[in-house]
Design a binder for this molecule. Structure first.
Ligand code: NAD
Length: 266
């Protein structure tokens, strides 16, 4: 299937690693021109090189902007360099397990600003041009944690639920246009951070990585049907599709790529 992404300009936030990098690679390989983002010039340049190295040959370009999107200033700085996009993937997100009683106000606000407001601010900037063109794609990378709130990081779960609400709400405002706004809900995914976490645990316990993974799915995510971490490419496949003109009838949705962790069928 040709995803018809040639000629589209896409921004993927927080895309120097993990799901964001995989989504940027997927979009580029389908012919989109991709702008990657991270906080440091070095990491952004590395990601740009890595994406180019994947040899997309459908005419897409790759460039990068270093900006800390957890602040209003960082968003303004990025928008100044990139005033319009056709596709916005709000992927940037941080997580940190912490007992509820130990999460201070500053953490609640930092998580909200980084995980929710970054996407809200960018969407507010880019939506008017999408409306003028009567075409656009906005994707919020939420999580299954937005539906099944993890007791070990409630502040993270709160932000992931908020993203689903925001995506649905903005979709309501673009009804009848060629713009779609959706949330994608990955489950446990083998990004660099998760990979390191599992490798560290395996080393500490003196066991194989596969033992740690099996134990995680037995005790922490027993409802998983996949019974392993998803690869970042598996999650990116959904993101790339939902960004494409082919996905025109999917709007305001919360799309799960969670390996079946969420039991609800609705
Ligand atoms: P990751 O930690 O591997 O990558 C995050 C990226 O964001 C990196 O490129 C990092 O440099 C960049 N970044 C961090 N802070 C930034 C900032 N302030 N400004 C700009 N860039 C910044 O992340 P990941 O695991 O691939 O997660 C990506 C998204 O997917 C997040 O929103 C996360 O909540 C969601 N998600 C991840 C999983 C998982 O298991 N990995 C599961 C569900 C949802």
């Amino acid at each position: 299937m040709d995803l018809q992404l040639r000629g589209k300009k896409a921004l993927v936030t927080g895309s120097t690693a993990g799901i964001g990098l995989a989504a940027a690679i997927g979009l580029y390989q389908e012919g989109a021109s991709v702008v990657v983002n991270g906080r440091t010039r070095d990491r952004v340049d590395q990601a740009v090189g890595r994406i180019r190295g994947t040899g997309g040959d459908l005419g897409g370009q790759v460039s990068g902007i270093a900006a800390d999107l957890s602040t209003a200033e960082g968003v303004a700085q990025l928008v100044q360099q990139l005033p319009e996009v056709d596709i916005l993937v709000n992927n940037l997100g941080i997580f940190e397990p912490k007992p509820f009683e130990e999460i201070p106000d500053e953490d609640w606000l930092r998580f909200f600003e980084t995980n929710v407001l970054s996407g809200v601010r960018l969407t507010r900037q880019y939506l008017p041009a999408m409306r003028r063109k009567d075409w656009g794609r906005v994707v919020f990378i939420s999580s299954e944690s937005g539906l099944q709130i993890p007791a070990e990081m409630i502040h993270y779960g709160m932000t992931k639920t908020a993203q689903i609400a925001v995506a649905r709400g903005i979709a309501e405002t673009v009804a009848g246009t060629g713009i779609t706004v959706n949330a994608v809900l990955p489950g446990p995914t083998e990004s660099e951070g998760v990979d390191q976490f599992v490798a560290d645990l395996a080393r500490q316990q003196g066991v194989e990585r596969s033992v740690v993974e099996a134990e995680f799915f037995r005790t922490a995510r027993p409802s998983s049907l996949l019974k392993r971490f998803a690869t970042v490419e598996e999650v990116a496949n959904m993101i790339v599709y939902i960004c494409s003109p082919r996905a025109s009838a999917t709007n305001g949705a919360a799309l799960r790529v969670d390996g079946g962790v969420v039991r609800a069928i609705g």
